[in-house]
Design a protein around this ligand. Structure first.
Ligand code: DAH
Length: 330
């Protein structure tokens, strides 16, 4: 018995231990052979041997069990040690994500206006006629209301055609002074190289009590903003018309591709139109019940800025989700 116990103790792995178990308990093992031998013995010797064998069975059995547990734990430890993964090793083919160029352009704009103390306001894309048209001095017959431009829904609801609707929402829910921008998605029935049915705008509105707000304020804000976005460009204001502002202007920057010499992108004019703006029309203030205030507003298309900043020629490519476009912005 002592021999067996020593062997169990000396076993170095589970395989060796199993061989010992078979040597003792197996069909052709030590115990089987001894029990067979018992038949030939006289009753007294039989009894002695039976006791001895049972003792061996018991103590070698439990020694095997205990050793097995120990070896299994050790084997597991060794395996874990061997298969440890070094998570600090670099993967050979790692890929990083990136912000969509429209989103990163919008972020840059938002950063600028936050630094100029503007608040960020939002509104729903499904909008009512009053906020999108009526209150913005766009009367019933105005061409912008045409079925060809606007996605109409039930109960005179529509998909907002510009974020100017958020001007109205903000003025209806807050008192002046107001200093806000409204970034967000807008929808129009359009689809070609430079138009897609859903795109993004940033609207701006500043309202003060009395006649504190002037066109000069608007001009200096937008000039600084455009220099922040595009670097060292020339900025010019051209008289224009919008129903919600009077006077109104469109703003051009010197072409970022040819520096103003004339090229295909600026249609050989040297200038690129980038936003619309003006002094808020009194009819807009009337619609929201504001009295004795003055204000200016502006609106721009984010995709247009993004395309100029990143030299993208087809606006549709910004919405096709092709990873080859995205990979250029990582
Ligand atoms: N809402 C105009 C558009 O979608 C952009 C715009 C122009 C907004 C002039 C304004 C503005 O606030 O004063 O084309």
């Amino acid at each position: 018995m002592q021999d067996w116990l020593k062997k169990v103790e000396a076993a170095k792995n589970l395989e060796e231990l199993e061989n010992i178990r078979i040597g003792v308990f197996g069909k052709k093992g030590f115990l089987a052979a001894e029990f067979l031998r018992m038949k030939e013995l006289d009753p007294e010797a039989k009894k002695l041997l039976a006791k001895e064998l049972n003792d061996i069975k018991e103590s070698v059995g439990s020694a095997l069990e205990a050793k097995k547990e120990k070896l299994a734990a050790q084997a597991l430890k060794e395996q874990l040690e061997k298969e440890k993964i070094d998570v600090t090793l670099l993967h050979t083919k790692s890929s990083a994500g990136a912000l969509h160029p429209v989103l990163s352009t919008m972020d840059k704009m938002i950063e600028y206006f936050i630094s100029m103390n503007f608040s960020i306001e939002t509104g729903p894309i499904v909008e009512n006629d009053f906020n999108n048209f009526e209150a913005l001095n766009l009367p019933k017959h105005h061409p912008a209301r045409d079925m060809q431009d606007t996605f109409y829904m039930k109960d005179s609801m529509l998909l907002r055609t510009h974020t100017s609707s958020v001007q109205i929402r903000t003025m209806l829910s807050q008192k002046p002074p107001i200093r806000m921008i409204a970034p967000g998605a807008v929808c129009r029935r359009d689809y070609d190289l430079t138009h897609v049915p859903m795109f993004h705008q940033v609207e701006g509105l500043v309202v003060e009590e009395g006649d504190k707000v002037s066109f000069a304020n608007l001009k200096s804000l937008l000039e600084e903003f455009l220099k922040y976005m595009f670097g060292d460009v020339k900025v010019r204001f051209r008289p224009s018309f919008f129903p919600f502002t009077e006077p109104s202007a469109e703003v051009d920057i010197s072409c970022v591709f040819c520096g103003g010499d004339g090229c295909r992108v600026c249609k050989h004019t040297g200038w690129l139109e980038v936003l619309g703006c003006g002094i808020v029309d009194p009819n807009v203030f009337k619609a929201v019940g504001y009295k004795n205030v003055s204000g200016y507003a502006f609106g721009l298309g984010v995709e247009r800025f993004s395309m100029l900043l990143n030299n993208t020629s087809d606006m549709r490519s910004l919405f096709e989700g092709d990873l080859r476009l995205m990979e250029q912005f990582v």
